[in-house]
Design a binder for this molecule. Structure first.
Ligand SMILES: Cc1cc2nc3c(=O)[nH]c(=O)nc-3n(C[C@H](O)[C@H](O)[C@H](O)COP(=O)(O)OP(=O)(O)OC[C@H]3O[C@@H](n4cnc5c(N)ncnc54)[C@H](O)[C@@H]3O)c2cc1C
Length: 397
């Protein structure tokens, strides 16, 4: 007898793990996660900056964040493991009236969709939060105290651990190489055979018969969709993170700062500071090397805002790069695959897959179980690209 599962999830990162958790916790425990790496989290999940925020510009992102941040705040109760959720806030700093207006308008949308605690802040408020910043040109900003950071690896591990306790299985070191489709419906997946004896699982891997397959393959989502004959417009885009050496001059606790004049983002992580910046010259592709060129570009912008960064050492060996999985409108693609019954997508998070992992797990599980979710997920369906119903998110950092 070959292997069977009610649901096969391709990819054991934070998104696949959350889907497994939400399915298992809803009583659907015959779930098999197939992860090609020997360890979970080696894709985008472990490269993330861990930022979580509800200060978005579109209703769907705001609602997914509200669900997710509430989930992070009770993560340990739900999974038995900490998410290391730190509600230190996100602070957007504006230097032009146009950007301030944009933040104000976003806040109206955020309030209308249930985010009650985001507020506009003055330059004086900003200086109180981060006194070391040069703020002469800052005319105000937006702040939400329940935004903050989580530990992405811990979140992924918590979702997986609890899913396994409830009966879900995970195969590590096993790649899905094909999705079997008969008469327009999924019937199984093909996997590599090998003798990867992990965690007491069987030592050989063959095909798995299943009626439901979820593509949770992160930056590799387009290739997996192709296995079911579907074109998925998700492209890998390198994003790099600078980690400084011990920083004593910035406060022990301050928000994720977004300098809207340059796009520089920074926050504290333990003794160090993490910095990121979206390099518009970056091109699509599976590029994962950290570059010296990037370091220069970011530090040039960083010292303008915080001159003391000039003397803060950075060891490039402690910096890293990973891949965003970018969709054309910077919104997730969640929903059934058109024309392939039983195939589901949870892809294209465009840099928000960690913060939206609880919501995307919930929505995907609800779709598979054919029940209502906490939001109408139809705007996230892949058909929107063919139908020209793009969701424009402008608050992308
Ligand atoms: C530098 C950087 C900073 C970021 N910062 C943030 C942030 O602050 N906040 C935020 O919310 N998000 C952030 N992100 C984005 C976030 O990390 C991703 O959106 C998220 O991790 C996606 O999770 P995933 O589970 O979909 O993908 P992944 O973690 O990439 O998992 C996909 C898995 O699928 C596996 N896989 C692929 N193909 C196959 C196959 N054929 N068979 C079996 N397994 C397969 C891979 O091995 C991988 O483990 C950041 C990303 C980067 C790179």
């Amino acid at each position: 007898m070959g292997e069977t599962a009610d649901v096969v999830i391709i990819g054991g990162g934070i998104v696949g793990s959350s889907i497994a958790y939400h399915l298992a916790e809803s009583g659907c425990a015959d779930v098999l996660i197939i992860e090609r790496e020997e360890k979970q989290g080696l894709g985008s999940t472990s490269k993330s900056m861990g930022g979580v925020r509800a200060q978005f510009a579109t209703p769907i992102n705001i609602q997914m964040s509200i669900y997710s941040i509430d989930f992070f705040s009770r993560f340990e109760e739900a999974t038995g493991q900490t998410a290391d959720y730190r509600s230190h806030g996100y602070l957007f700093c504006a230097t032009t009236e146009a950007r301030l207006k944009y933040l104000r308008e976003n806040q109206e949308k955020q309030r209308a969709f249930g985010l009650k605690n985001a507020e506009m802040v003055s330059r004086e408020d900003i200086v109180k939060m981060v006194p070391q910043m040069i703020a002469d040109d800052i005319i105000g900003g937006a702040y939400c105290p329940t935004d903050g950071f989580v530990d992405p690896y811990s979140v992924m591990a918590g979702f997986s651990k609890r899913a396994r306790e409830l009966g879900a299985r995970i195969w590590l070191g096993c790649a899905v190489t094909g999705v079997k489709v008969e008469n327009g419906a999924v019937t199984g997946v093909k996997t590599t055979r090998g003798d990867v004896a992990t965690r007491g699982d069987v030592a050989t891997r063959g095909d798995v018969a299943t009626r439901n397959v979820v593509n949770a393959a992160g930056p590799w989502a387009a290739g997996v969709a192709q296995m079911a004959g579907v074109e998925m417009p998700v492209s890998p885009l390198r994003r790099q993170i600078i980690k400084t050496q011990r920083c004593d001059f910035l406060p022990a606790k301050f928000p994720m700062v977004i300098d809207m004049s340059t796009g520089l983002v920074f926050r504290r992580e333990g003794e160090a500071i993490l910095m990121a910046w979206a390099d518009e010259e970056e091109t699509y592709g599976f590029k994962t090397a950290f570059t010296h060129d990037y370091l220069e570009k970011v530090l040039t912008r960083a010292v303008v805002r915080v001159p003391q960064f000039e003397d803060l050492p950075v060891n490039p060996k402690q910096c890293w790069a990973g891949l965003y999985e970018v969709s054309p409108d910077h919104h997730a693609i969640i929903g059934p695959a058109p024309g392939v019954k039983g195939m589901f997508f949870a892809n294209g998070f465009s840099g928000h897959g960690v913060m939206h992992s609880p919501a995307s797990g919930r929505i995907t599980a609800d779709l598979i179980l054919q029940r209502e979710s906490f939001i109408d997920p139809s705007p996230l369906g892949i058909e929107r690209f063919a139908e020209g119903r793009l969701l424009e998110e402008t608050a992308v950092f």
